[in-house]
Design a protein around this ligand. Sequence first.
Ligand code: GLC
Length: 420
Amino acid sequence: MPYNKSFKLTEEIFNFPLREIKRFIRDFHSEMRKGLSGRKSSLKMLPTYVKKPKGVEKGESLAIDLGGTNFRVLALKLKEKRRILILGSKKFVLKKKHITGTGKALFDFIAGCIKTFMDEYKIDISEKHSIGFTFSFPMKKRRVSSGILLRWTKGFKARGVEGKDVVKLLNESLKRKGLRNTKVVAIANDTVSTLVAKSYEDETCDVGAILGTGTNACYPEGQMIINIEWGNFNKIRLTPYDRKLNYLSQSPGEQILEKMISGMYLGELTRLVAKDLIRDAIPKTFKSEHMSIIESDTSKNLSRINRLLKKLRITDSKYTDRKLLKKICAMVSTRAARLSAAAIASVVTKIDPYLSRKHTIAIDGSVYEKHTGFSRRISATLKEIFGRKTANIKLSLTKDASAKGAAIIAATTDEEMILT
Ligand code: GLC
């Protein structure tokens, strides 16, 4: 069985043992320090001009969320006692033409969706409305109400946006659509909105993380929340498959950690490994979501995997190949979960080196929420790293957080942070 033999070798290079995790954490801390002090680093450590909420914020606002496969518009109300009500919500599908055309077309489309939403919910456009904007990309900021896109990630490439203030671009589009009294007043990364939303109800929350199409996290450094942009961390040992994926990607050299962890890339990474080890070539339509289906098939003949492969036009798969594919998926996603745990461990120990108090980590994203076994593997790895002290770390799936957080931030802009 030459196939299984080479699987053993591949499995070895995909291993991410505790010894390497410890080195990862040391390197991560060193890159964090460099980034914070403005030296060259793969971690940008971007100031966000947002602080943790007090839980007393009130008001109504609109929230929009851009950065994954969908675009969402919501209307929210902040109530007393740290409660948030969703008054309305609508999802719009982002087509390829929207994310790869001109920036103007992208923001006009978004403004159009906001208008549709307001019409549908009979929101009076002649009155003033403020929008909190969750924009899940790296931004350079000087205040909460502006954000200059540093560079697109996750396959977005709308022209003429990098280097520009996206709030300004969207406000111009809103005007063009006749929404003169509706304005974006605050913009935040999705990790920041997630942290803000969770800490609105849980004061011990001090990390917001996304494990979805992309991956990233933020935490407070003093008063100011810092967007780490950890997806770009690159002090990691790569396998030949990681190198190949990176080389073939739209952005070689960038977002290295993201390419090993996030939903945008896990399927492709698995496909590249499978191409080497399995006779039948897995098609490019293979996605990260498929891995979860494959890994959770416990039937005797692996019949769910068989059904899935048929859908992918592999009609006569052998049992041994299906079994091998299952192993490959588990191998790739186990490493992804262990890397995620290492990144989380790095951030928590930056805040509190000896884990002497409780920390809630608010996590959102499809990989964390939906991938079978992913969250369990993260917890198990944290236990390997911290032993009994893991009890001080609580991972909390925080859904809808990026919208809620945007609304909270929009409601508090009058207390805007002063440049420090
Ligand atoms: C990408 C973006 C980052 C975002 C993350 C999760 O890494 O660069 O800003 O937070 O995806 O959506």
